[in-house]
Design a protein. Structure first.
Length: 574
């Protein structure tokens, strides 16, 4: 069923006309007047400012100020701003707990809630503000669903902390937990690092999920080029917010909606930027979901094809040591886009929210000359950090529908070792912290998929503990759950089909030999298909982890990770 699209040119065609015009709408206007709106406002486009501000995470704690700047931009451009709220979950604070199961669900709740408000209140346009990880895809999904003129507005990343003369982030603290367990760091040293790592407001500073999705929002064309990298606590962030409000009104006047911006080329550009910048594995999940919402055919295999032809030219944390603020200081995401464009690795004719193409928008920006950029974390396409991009899609008898790896080390990585199988993240974490892992192990964590978890928990606690104990290169981990963008090392997630629906990962036993080969893009267990089938037939059909409440509801609705773990029934399904 084709989704109905909004189309309007004159002011009387705006959706808000249904609640602001005519004598029969006097009661509606009376309600607006109670909030301080007047006749002048009623004649202007109604722009919703979706704001997930909260005191629950530094990513979102400042978003009221960001939203206020966007409101000022709307007012300056003769619009009627209406701010409304939605939820957020702090991934970093819920990490390693049962509460992390709420994270991916929050993506769906954010999209649903913004869509409902925009639909129910007859909004004409949206500025969607986002901070913590799932805010970003949730807001973009809502914009795509409503197909209202929309501008995506990132809240900006945290400034790096300083510890013993080096830049640090929360990633270093998570890895410090593993270092303490292996006696490579003392508890007082960890406490000092804890105090230094997060100096203020903003999303986690490395090329983790929030900064990855913010960078991708530029490549998709849903956010203006140059809008992702300004720190949360900077004048530049508020200038960007004001401009977002102004662009929203220009989009209304020119009927510039997500459906007129997004194309297959937009998504190919987004993937190229993701893999060139060493972006989070979570972007695979979210881009698949965004494409499904937009009705654009995108498969998990295309991530690998684009990664094979797109070199990695940026090296921020977790693979490197620098953070988003360092990229901002040399021109931000547009300097990466410019290099990829010059090398023919992006579609320059893809449209953006400003009404200009990617190539034209790059020409409009005041970027530093190529020859003046001197940064150890950014390389030319001709001399990349690696010849291929960071994202690898692996397949084999263990993951017939695919699994996702972000390479932060050797692109020629090959691993073969015995499986150490755990039914939950907590069991695996206890094993790691007790010093159980040995060189060559393959840690398998299952029943953490979108339906089995439910919610597909991120496992930065486990992966960071493994790395913190000195096993970044000689211990692999695979799961039907997810990883934080801060995860590094041979950590393979999104194994599909997941254990809960009878995927082969459900049949793995302790001691099975698992082989991972990045060059060949394979992940296999040394069992015949017949043996795997025999084992799976012997497993009782699992009961859902929750019988009621929001986790039960969304757990039943989630699709496979290979399709973006969507819950929208009109999104693409097999």
């Amino acid at each position: 069923m084709e989704q109905e699209r909004h189309r309007y040119g004159k002011s009387t065609d705006l959706p808000s006309h249904e609640v602001t015009e005519g004598p029969e709408r006097a009661p509606h206007r009376a309600m607006f007047r109670a909030m301080g709106y007047d006749d002048a406002d009623f004649s202007e486009p109604m722009v919703g400012i979706a704001n997930p501000a909260a005191d629950i995470t530094p990513c979102n704690v400042h978003l009221d100020d960001v939203a206020e700047a966007a409101i000022a931009g709307v007012e300056q451009a003769d619009g009627m701003p209406i701010e409304f709220g939605t939820i957020t979950i702090s991934d970093a604070i819920s990490m390693g707990t049962e509460g992390m199961k709420a994270s991916l669900i929050s993506r769906e709740v954010i999209a649903d809630s913004v869509e409902l408000v925009a639909f129910g209140e007859r909004m004409d346009a949206l500025v969607t503000v986002a901070g913590c990880d799932k805010n970003l895809p949730g807001m973009m999904m809502a914009a795509i669903r409503t197909d209202l003129p929309s501008v995506f507005l990132y809240g900006g990343s945290i400034l790096p902390g300083e510890h013993e003369g080096r830049e640090v982030t929360v990633q270093n603290v998570f890895e410090g937990v593993g270092a303490v367990a292996s006696d490579d760091m003392s508890e007082p040293e960890l406490a000092e690092l804890e105090h230094d790592a997060c100096p203020g407001a903003g999303s986690c500073g490395g090329m983790f999920t929030a900064n990855t999705m913010a960078s991708i929002s530029e490549a998709l064309g849903l956010a203006p080029l140059g809008s992702a990298s300004a720190p949360a606590e900077s004048d530049g962030r508020y200038d960007i917010a004001r401009r977002a409000g102004e662009i929203a009104l220009d989009a209304v006047r020119n009927d510039r909606t997500p459906s007129s911006i997004l194309s297959k080329a937009s998504f190919e550009n987004a993937i190229a930027v993701q893999v060139a910048m060493g972006g989070s594995t979570n972007a695979v999940l979210h881009l698949l979901a965004l494409a499904a919402e937009a009705g654009i055919d995108l498969s998990i295999e295309e991530f690998d094809a684009i990664s094979r032809r797109t070199p990695k030219i940026v090296n921020l944390q977790p693979g490197g040591t620098r953070v988003m603020k360092d990229l901002h200081d040399i021109g931000g995401v547009p300097v990466v886009v410019r290099r990829l464009l010059s090398a023919g690795l992006l579609h320059g004719d893809a449209m953006t929210v400003t009404g200009r193409t990617v190539a034209a928008e790059i020409e409009q920006l005041d970027l530093p000359a190529e020859g003046s950029i001197d940064a150890d974390f950014l390389r030319p396409v001709s001399d990349p950090f690696t010849e291929e991009g960071a994202i690898k899609i692996l397949k084999g008898n263990l993951a017939p529908d695919g699994a996702v790896l972000k390479a932060t080390g050797d692109d020629a990585f090959h691993h073969q070792g015995p499986a150490r199988v755990f039914e939950t993240e907590e069991d695996a974490m206890a094993y790691v912290q007790e010093g159980g892992i040995e060189s060559g192990d393959t840690i398998v964590i299952r029943n953490e998929g979108p339906r089995g978890g439910p919610g597909m928990r991120e496992m930065l606690g486990v992966t960071a503990a493994v790395v913190g104990q000195g096993h970044e290169d000689d211990v692999a981990l695979l799961t039907d759950g997810r990883f934080s963008g801060a995860t590094r090392g041979p950590m393979i997630g999104h194994v599909a089909p997941e254990a809960f629906v009878g995927g082969p990962i459900a049949a793995i036993e302790d001691g099975d030999t698992i082989t991972i080969d990045i060059p060949d893009r394979t992940i296999d267990v040394d069992c015949s298909d017949a043996e795997l089938d025999r084992r799976r037939d012997a497993i009782d059909t699992p009961e859902p982890a929750y019988a009621s409440g929001v986790l039960a509801k969304y757990g039943m609705a989630f699709d496979s990770a290979a399709n973006g773990a969507v819950t929208n029934p009109w999104a693409k399904r097999e």
